[in-house]
Write a protein of this length. Sequence first.
Length: 359
Amino acid sequence: MQNNSSDILKTKQHFQILDGLRGIAALAIVLFHFMEIVYEPSKNFIAHGFLAVDFFFCLSGFVIAYAYHDRIGKMGTIEFFKSRLIRLHPLVVFGSVLGLLAFLFDPFSSHPETYETGKLILIFLASLFLIPFAAMPDRYFNLFGLNAPAWSLFWEYVANILYALFLHKLSRRSLLFLTVIAAAGLCFASNRADGSLLGGWNDTSFWDGGARISYSFLAGMLIYRSNWIIKSKLSFVGLSILLLLAFLIPFSDWNWLTEPIIVMFYFPLLIAIGAGATLNQGFEKTASFLGKISYPLYMTHYAVMWMFASYYTSHKPGTAQLTFIIISGTLLLVGLAYLTMRCYDIPLRKYLTERRKKF
C-alpha cells in the first residue's frame, strides 16, 4: 500500500528519563510479585508495588498521545493498529509460550495432571489472542493463568482501540471531563474493593482493571494535550527514588486514601516532571537499558513466579535462602528479559516492520 510511507512509520524520539522510570517500575513489579508470594501485605516492604501498573497506564497514555496525536489522521486507524500490534503482541505470544512451558515442566508442582488436554489448549489459545479466560482455580482464577500480567495488556489493547476510534479526536475540555468521570470511577472501584486498587487481574475484579486504565491512560493523554510539562533539575536518580517511594508506602487501613492519591495526582506529577527533566549524560545508558528491558521483563517474569510459588509451598525456605533466591532471581529475570529483547523481540519486530512496508 502506497500510504505506508517511511514518514508515517517513523517514530518520534523517546523521553529518556521516562523510559528509565518505566524500567524502575518493572523491577518494582518483579520484587512485589516475589514478596507477595511469601508475605502478607502488612509485612511486604514493597506492598504497593502493584501500583506500578497504574504508572505504566499513565505513561502509556502520555506516550501514545505524544507519538500519534499529530499523525494518526494521516496514517489511519488500520496502520495505527498494525503499529501497536507489532510493538506489543510478539511478547504477548512469547509470554504465553513461556508460561505454558513453565506450567508443563514445573519441577515443584503436579498441576498439569489436573487439566485435560483440551482445556489446556483453550487456555493457551486464549492467552495467545489475549482473550480473558479465568479457568484455572489453582491459579486464583487469573484472567490469564499462563501469564498473569497479560491482564493489563488486555486493557492496554482496549485503550489503544478507543484511542484510535475516538479519544484522539476529543477536545482538551472533553478529555478533561472524561478524566474527571474516570477519577470518580477509580474511587468507586477502590471503595468497592475494600479500599484497595489491587484488582483487575482475576474474574471477580475484572472491571477494576477497566477503572484503573480509564483514569490513568486519560490522565497521561491530558498531560500531553495540555502541555503540562514541568521543567526541573531533578535527576534520573532523584525521580527514581520518588517513584519507588510510592511503592514502599506501607499497606494499611489508609489505602482507600493513599492509593487513589498516588494514582490520580502523584504519578501524573512524576510523568510531567520526568518529561521536562534533562537526563545526565552519565545515566543515559542506564536509563536506556532499563527502558528497553521493561516490557520484556514484565511479560516474561511471571512464569518464574509460579515455579517459585510451588517451590516455596513445598520446601518452606528460610529467610536467608529466600533473600538469596529473590535477589538472584530478579537478576536472572533481568538477564532473561535482555536475551528475549535481543534474540526475539527486536528481530521479530524488525522483520514485521519490513514486511509491513512492502504491502
